[in-house]
Design a protein around this ligand. Sequence first.
Ligand code: ATP
Ligand code: MG
Length: 497
Amino acid sequence: METFDWREKLFESLSFPTLILAPDMTIVAASKRFLDKHNYSKKQVTGRKCYEILYQSEAPCSQSSCPLRLALIDKKGTSSIKKTKRPSGEEVYEDRVCSPILDEKGEVGYLMLSLRDVTKTKLLEIEIQKTNEFLKNIIASSTAAILVADMKGVILLMNQSARELFGYSDKVAVGTSIAEYLYTPGGARSIMKKLRSPDYGGVGKLYTTEMTIINSSGEEIPVEMTASIIYQDGKEVATMGIYNDLRPKIEIEKKLKEAERIKLEQSNKMASLGQLAAGVAHEINNPLSGILIDASLILEELDEDSPIRDDMQNIVVDTHRCKDIVKNLLAYSRQAETKRELFNINDVIEQTFAFLEHHALFQNITIKKEFSSSMLTCEGDKNQLVQVFTNIIINAAHAINGKGNITIRSSRDKPKGKIYIEFSDTGCGISKEALPKIFDHFFTTKEEGKGTGLGLGTVKSIIEKHGGKIKVKETSPEGTTFLIELPLFKVTETTPI
Ligand SMILES: Nc1ncnc2c1ncn2[C@@H]1O[C@H](COP(=O)(O)OP(=O)(O)OP(=O)(O)O)[C@@H](O)[C@H]1O
Ligand SMILES: [Mg+2]
């Protein structure tokens, strides 16, 4: 029977590239797989140190990363993974498994080193680690509070927002069974009941629901939560809750309500101010008329060169001014009584000009009218709208300061049911600071005695009472355009017009 050295055959049949080393790391044998893989001949490796051949290094590997040294000390098989570069530059991960071969005395005679290429597995592991890390980051950085507990109520995960909301640190909460204490009594049970019912988003799900949680200091916090059961192989393994703190929303709602209350109080104040103004205006109107008539009569009778003629003239002018203010106050307080009639807006604008045309203020001002030829039927109080247009046009004339243009455009958008009226002037424009305040009552930039600041406030409330809107469409040092939007009256077959 032919004999063969089975030891050598055994060595050659190992599935991984393998080296046999002396305790001083000198290579005494290399398997064929090793030689083929690394492209060496037996001669080239025998007698060389393992690190010279494996890593082209002149010094041994560090103690901690060398499995051979450990095997020498422990006399047990050991392994470690090393990232290394092949001469081609390719990066690989190698699992280096080292088994000591002991002699009769139990000392390490030789070491067997198998090198296994685990690059694919290692890269996959790194990829999974990265994905895990990414998912963890998403959960950690979510602004919604996320909490996961197992079926016994032991906390498994609490992200940063949840820690802030519930007031627990990771150390205290994770691993302890506190889930039940995070809700008002019976809360946790009710969530579980809903989660298992098909009625709240399907079995295993709970759609957004408002409830109260309790933080670590015992404070009750209103939240909006959604929850779900996590299943593994069809079995319930955990529950996950996502919470949004409702306190900021409730705070904003409270502030809004408070603002509305203040606004209402303010408008009540304005209403009583209006009544007061109406009373005062009414009382002052008659004596003012008396002063005006008497002063005008005296002025007429004075000689041309009378020394008091100028003073008398001033009295007449100032009394006229007082009457204007009184008229404004009366108009402002009378807004409550709105009449309802139908008219064409173009006619109302024309009527306004009939009043204003002869005013000295308009002597050097060119008025351009670009009216729509369609019927701009509006329902409301004609006299109040005359007052609106008068205030806007006088403001424009003041802004122009004597010379320039005022253009009035009217149009309609029938499908939208709107009438548009634009007033453009070539005046000084409205400053950025004044713009948000121009509709406020008593806001004026005009010198004392020239403006009461009631004009635009009155305009706005009349327009709004007619279901319309007014805004500054544009303003610059070259001029200003006000845009008024009013509802276009819908003519039906039964409407008499
Ligand atoms: N067309 C305009 N161009 C520039 N500024 C304007 C124009 N219209 C209004 N303003 C500014 O808005 C302010 C408020 O106007 P508003 O009509 O309410 O009051 P007033 O004209 O100052 O006084 P009143 O109208 O009561 O006599 C004005 O003082 C002015 O600064
Ligand atoms: Mg005005």
